[in-house]
Ligand binder design. Structure first.
Ligand code: ADP
Ligand code: MG
Length: 570
């Protein structure tokens, strides 16, 4: 497609703001342009931390002579034609802002040639003005050179770190792209020193070996996980490599996520990753991870951040679960210390009948408290607004106030949703109640068949029955939340509940729904203020806060508008 200036109605829908913050942002934009141009060789040269000099040379498609000047205009792009394209981006660039943004804060020269042109074109821009434009000999592809970043904006220069730190950022960035695009050969020269040279043979591990060394690369564990299409989730895949528990780093610099080929920063995904490592790593240590998520493009919005370094997921909870599950599976496959499953076989000495107030924070809550996250990732926002609990009605409904009116929460349905989501994401082990005397449970053939088939799932829920004669089992502990009616009934009723569930879900799902239903507070239970607040918080963080696992509403909203109308205030 030819380069053209986006019409204003598209340009205005593009996340505006600072594209170029530091030298590594320049490298990122130029490398992304090379990848979009189909390059298989990308050579990067940097001097003085990228403040003095950055040059990116590629063997991509090049820019036709008549379009070179246009490429430097704001909102001129060859990658986006219609508004609808914003919803299904296949290129890394799409807003035509990078080159003009760089040219507005530095000196830029472009030498480029397309295959069907005998010569290349050269353009040199200083202080935003074209100082030279000429035909020049050039190989096919493009070389973009930047000099003296922020010379004309000294205030921004002051915000940069030392050249050494900026160089490190560039090296990290290029390393990440080299591993995410192993089909391209990346070379990086920093102040004349070759700091990276990947083979570009398509192998992620070979690229990783060029970066981390052969021994580290060989020890990495493969992650491969798919979330099947169903009513809730479109097909999504997670692929990549993570370090085994024996290989750790002191910071999170070695963790990177790519979403549909785009390098993104996400506290939430990092949290999901580290959660999966829980019990495997000493505190203060972090894994190495290179994880690529493929998500249907309508499920992810890339147009939320000026530097395109953050994205928004339509169903963040599902992505969180996918990352956590994929990483956990990879760790469990290769490691003999099964954290979650094992822990649930050890009865915990103390337990709470209604463990509402002792739960570790969920992803959203942590994102809110973590000061590092304050940089306002739109990802940390949950679907429900923050609610202030006012009180309880009929020991069944929680009355709460939100930014727009009144909310009535069905305490049972809401708690079901919270428990169900937590179980599915295996964010934390189920709390157990140890039994002083082991209990014997006799099962019907149907109950027994389900128990045999879903033994792993039941174990995750806190049941580890030991065979004790035909269809008869010994229980030494049960999930604390099901302890109301005694151990035997807890298991029998859970199995019966799942067997009685309507068709349409698989059996593991049905067990989860029943577990949530039997564990949740009931209508008629009176709750303390603290318990209600805790439940409201947890519901705010749920992936699908508005319905219980059966699809019943968890809350009813009376907007301020509605109230005013009802009371004849307008
Ligand atoms: P965007 O990438 O969002 O389209 P840019 O300002 O980064 O905007 O680039 C503008 C246009 O210049 C691109 O759409 C592309 O057509 C062209 N271009 C930039 N860099 C290259 C390159 N290395 N190879 C080929 N074309 C390029
Ligand atoms: Mg671009």
């Amino acid at each position: 497609m030819a380069i053209r200036v986006l019409p204003p109605e598209i340009a205005s829908r593009i996340a505006a703001g600072e594209v170029i913050e530091r030298p590594s942002s320049v490298v990122k934009e130029l490398v992304e342009n090379s990848l979009d141009a189909g390059a298989t060789r990308i050579h990067i040269e940097v001097q003085g931390g990228g403040i003095r000099f950055i040059q990116v040379t590629d063997n991509g498609c090049g820019i036709p002579p008549e379009e070179v000047e246009l490429a430097l205009q704001r909102h001129a792009t060859s990658k986006l034609a219609a508004i609808e394209d914003l919803e299904r981006l296949t290129t890394l660039g799409f807003r035509g802002e990078a080159l003009p943004s760089i040219a507005s804060v530095a000196e830029v020269a472009i030498l480029t040639r397309v295959a069907d042109s005998p010569v290349g074109s050269y353009i040199h821009i200083r202080d935003g003005k074209t100082v030279q434009k000429a035909s020049r000999g050039s190989p096919i592809g493009s070389t973009v050179t930047m000099r003296n970043l922020f010379r004309s904006v000294p205030a921004r220069l002051k915000f940069l770190k030392s050249p050494v730190t900026e160089s490190e950022r560039i090296a990290t960035l290029v390393s990440n792209y080299a591993m995410a695009y192993p089909g391209a050969k990346f070379t990086l020269l920093m102040d004349g020193r070759r700091s990276l040279d990947t083979p570009g043979n398509g192998s992620v591990l070979d690229a990783a070996a060029a970066i981390y060394g052969g021994e580290t690369a060989r020890s990495l564990l493969a992650v491969s996980c798919e979330e099947r299409a169903s009513a809730l989730y479109m097909a999504m895949t997670l692929k990549g490599y993570i370090s085994p528990p024996s290989l750790t780093r002191a910071n999170r610099q070695y963790i990177s996520f790519f979403v549909n080929g785009r390098w993104i920063q996400s506290r939430v995904l990092t949290y999901a990753l580290e959660q999966a490592y829980q019990g495997f790593l000493p505190t203060g240590r972090h894994p190495i991870a290179l994880l690529n998520l493929s998500i249907p493009s309508e499920e992810v919005d890339c147009n939320v951040h000026p530097a395109k370094s953050e994205v928004r997921f339509r169903n963040e909870g599902a992505i969180f679960t996918l990352v956590q599950k994929g990483v956990r599976e990879a760790l469990l496959r290769t490691s003999p210390i099964p954290g979650l499953l094992d822990r649930s076989t050890v009865p915990s000495p103390s337990w709470q009948a209604r463990p509402l107030s002792q739960q570790p924070p969920s992803a959203g809550a942590v994102a809110r408290n973590d000061s590092e996250t304050k940089a306002a990732s739109p990802l940390a926002r949950s679907v429900l607004p923050v609610l202030r609990v006012v009180g309880q009605v009929a020991s069944t409904y929680i009355v709460a106030e939100g930014p727009d009116g009144l909310y009535l929460i069905d305490q049972h349905a809401a708690h079901e949703r919270v428990i169900f989501d937590r179980l599915r994401s295996s964010r934390e082990p189920v709390q157990l109640q140890g039994l002083l005397e082991p209990a014997v449970v006799e099962l019907t053939p149907a109950q027994d068949a389900l128990l045999q088939k879903e033994a792993i799932r039941l174990k995750e829920m806190g049941f580890t029955p030991e065979a004790f004669g035909e269809r008869s089992y010994l229980l030494r502990a049960i999930p604390a939340s099901l302890s109301r009616n005694g151990p035997a009934r807890a298991l029998q009723e859970l199995l019966d509940g799942a067997l009685a569930e309507e068709a349409g879900y698989d059996q593991a799902e049905k067990l989860g729904i029943t577990f949530a239903c039997h564990s949740a507070v009931r209508a008629g239970d009176s709750l303390s203020q603290k318990e209600m607040e805790e439940l409201a918080r947890q519901l705010e963080d749920a992936a699908l806060p508005n319905t219980c696992p059966h699809g019943r509403p968890t809350l009813v909203h009376l907007s301020a508008d509605h109230l005013e109308r009802e009371f004849g205030r307008r």
